[in-house]
Design a protein around this ligand. Structure first.
Ligand code: SF4
Length: 169
């Protein structure tokens, strides 16, 4: 009688994968984050550079889209004015669930140096923000790092995430 002995510690581990459906779904989602580019001011230049070949976001499964209906992540880069806030909210509402937001740069985070009557003092007054990216302007590498943090965050979430209600401006 043939006797087979397999040492799994030397054969790259057990030939089975143990996980939950939730984890599998979130793993898939985190590795195919299509981002809606939403450039509003100078931070948008860095975001555009991030989309170039040098930083290669495609290898993370992140592809920039110009349509909210195709996107899961809104990267809002730059200064948001009160006049524009309504459109930001409308675009966010058009994105399918689940969705995430990266606020890129000091202006998007807090209004930055523009403490004026016309500037929204943080995009989280209009839409819920998941990642705040500091800097004026943050480099493409920082945006890449923020996306990687968002991927980790998504992998820990449940597939049906609840949105927090936020005030509009
Ligand atoms: S944070 Fe700096 S670079 Fe970004 S939009 Fe504001 S002023 Fe421009």
């Amino acid at each position: 009688m043939a006797f087979h002995k397999v040492d799994y510690t030397k054969e790259n581990g057990l030939p089975v994968v143990l996980t939950t459906v939730d984890k599998l779904v979130q793993w898939g989602r985190s590795n195919s984050l299509w981002a809606m580019s939403y450039g509003l001011a100078c931070c948008a230049m860095e975001m555009m550079a991030a989309g170039g070949g040098r930083f290669d976001f495609d290898r993370f499964g992140t592809i920039f889209r110009a349509s909210p209906k195709h996107s899961e992540v809104m990267i809002i880069a730059g200064t948001l004015t009160k006049k524009h806030a309504e459109f930001t909210r409308r675009l966010y509402d058009a994105m399918p669930e689940p969705k995430w937001v990266i606020s890129m740069g000091s202006c998007a985070n807090t209004g930055g140096m523009f403490n004026t009557y016309a500037t929204v003092q943080g995009v989280d007054r209009v839409i819920p923000v998941d990642i705040y990216l500091p800097g004026c302007a943050p480099r493409p590498e920082t945006l890449q790092y923020a996306l990687m943090i968002l991927q980790k965050k998504i992998r820990k979430e449940t597939p049906r995430r609840k949105q927090k209600v936020k005030r509009v401006v």
